[in-house]
Design a protein around this ligand. Structure first.
Ligand code: GDP
Ligand code: IMO
Ligand code: MG
Length: 423
């Protein structure tokens, strides 16, 4: 069997959690391969709303196996809070959630370092989620990290050495902090983690594939936040792209099957960094209000703008997307006109490809305008009900992006999902 990968094509928050939950019944296993609790994946069903950070979104559908892969960075304190709240709401997971021993641990001092580095950057700060993501991946790559497997042997010694190293850096940055409470809950998290199946997930996943089991990988963040291909340096610290599933799970490239690319019918971004189609006017505010565009993790306002086909084509190319999923089309249900960016004007020159650098003050989007559909689509159950203008919009997107849009989401609930091209 092959592994299918679902990932965000924009700047995150495309609706990955919702769709992973919808697709889970088609799979035996759901896995996360990168990122950490910087993610906030929202699911809604049966009148309940859940936000997942480190636990895969396949946890609610039956008793499917869910795996946190080696490419993920895990904060034991936040993990404990997330897992306990799921258990309290009637979703036991100790037997169904396996965690890679090779996943790296986010230490309390990583979180403090995240804040200290941001403070030191002043005006050019990234606007991180403050979860210690950058410092943890930095330690991984510089071969100083602690892994989940380390908690099983001589852990205290390793922890204290890492903490001392971080404290020396914090001292050099003149950064004041109080670690007491963070460290206390973190240590409780370490003990809690020991109750889970800590596994060699690369063996487990490959054995499952050999045995004919199907696997769905759940991306976090989005392609434009990828550390190599996103709007660097305003990115996260992992490879959010399809290739990240290979390194983040130990799955070979020739084992990748379908690549689901997920996008909103418009575009949002949280944190700092360039965003060519950002709207600073009433339309942007309207999209934010109608789409409830506030961060699931930090509560921060999301910046909103029109869909950017230049960035999407780039994301489709980098990921090898085989099918598209379009989310939140209902948010545009009442707009007279819908716009889509098909090119950029940079320094007076028009381009239709994603350039090396996008600087906010030197880039002007080129738009195509289409009439809105002015119809409440949130109760629709089949694509046969779609208004003509909506069909024209998705036809246009499919032609421009040269990829079929196979799922359309018309509301946050699990049931507000329309699958197209069903044979
Ligand atoms: P993720 O990080 O990619 O999983 O996305 P988030 O959960 O951060 O953000 C997506 C938000 O949009 C959540 O609040 C979802 O409940 C909501 N959502 C998902 N799909 C739809 C949709 O089709 N329509 C509307 N109106 N909301 C949606
Ligand atoms: P999901 O999985 C949207 C953004 C932060 C910041 C940058 C770096 O829910 O789509 P980090 O804490 O990772 O060092 O922050 O990346 N960011 C996200 N934006 N959705 C996310 O995750 C994000 N995870 C990180 O806002 O700009
Ligand atoms: Mg999110």
């Amino acid at each position: 069997m092959k592994v299918d990968v679902l990932l965000g094509l924009q700047w995150g928050d495309e609706g990955k959690g919702k769709v992973v939950d919808v697709l889970t019944p088609n799979y035996d296993v759901v896995v996360r391969f990168q990122g950490g609790p910087n993610a906030g994946h929202t699911l809604e069903f049966e009148g309940q709303k859940y936000v997942l950070r480190s636990i895969p979104s396949g946890i609610f559908q039956g008793d499917k196996l869910n795996v946190i892969g080696n490419g993920v960075v895990l904060d034991p304190a936040l993990f404990k809070a997330e897992a306990e709240s799921l258990e309290a709401s009637g979703h036991p997971l100790k037997e169904r959630l396996h965690i890679s021993k090779k996943a790296h641990l986010i230490l309390p001092t990583h979180r403090i370092l995240d804040a200290a580095y941001e403070a030191a950057k002043g005006k050019s700060k990234v606007g991180t989620t403050g979860k210690g993501i950058g410092p943890t991946y930095t330690d991984k790559v510089s071969r100083n990290g602690l892994r989940v497997g380390d908690i099983l042997h001589n852990f205290e010694e390793k922890y204290l050495a890492a903490k001392a190293r971080h404290e020396a850096i914090l001292k050099s940055l003149n950064y004041e902090y109080d670690i007491t409470e963070l460290e206390r809950t973190w240590m409780e998290g370490i003990e809690y983690l020991k109750q889970f199946h800590l596994v060699d997930s690369e063996h487990e996943i490959n054995n499952l594939l050999k045995a004919g089991k199907s696997v769905l990988c759940e991306g976090a963040q989005g392609t434009m936040l990828d550390v190599d291909f996103g709007s660097y340096p305003f990115v996260t610290s992992s490879n959010t792209i399809c290739a990240g599933a290979c390194t983040g799970l130990g799955v070979a490239p020739n084992k990748i099957g379908e690549v689901y690319g997920i996008m909103k019918a418009y575009c949002t971004r949280v944190g700092a960094g360039p965003f060519p189609t950002e709207l600073f006017d009433e339309t942007g505010k309207r999209i934010r209000d109608l789409g409830h565009e506030y961060g699931a993790v930090t509560g921060r306002e999301r910046r909103c703008g029109w869909i950017d086909l230049v960035a999407l084509k780039y994301a489709i190319m980098i990921n090898g997307v085989t099918q598209l999923i379009m989310m939140k089309s209902d948010v545009l249900d009442d707009f007279d006109t819908i716009k889509a960016c098909v090119g950029y004007k940079i320094g007076g020159k028009e381009i239709d490809y994603f350039p090396y650098d996008i600087k906010e003050d030197d880039i002007e989007p080129i738009y195509v305008e289409m009439p809105g559909w002015k119809t409440d689509m949130t109760k629709y159950t089949s694509e046969n009900e779609f208004p003509e203008e909506f069909n024209a919009y998705i036809d246009f997107l499919e032609t421009e992006l040269e990829t079929p849009i196979k799922i359309i989401s018309i509301g946050p609930d699990r049931d507000q999902t329309i699958v197209r091209y069903t044979e």
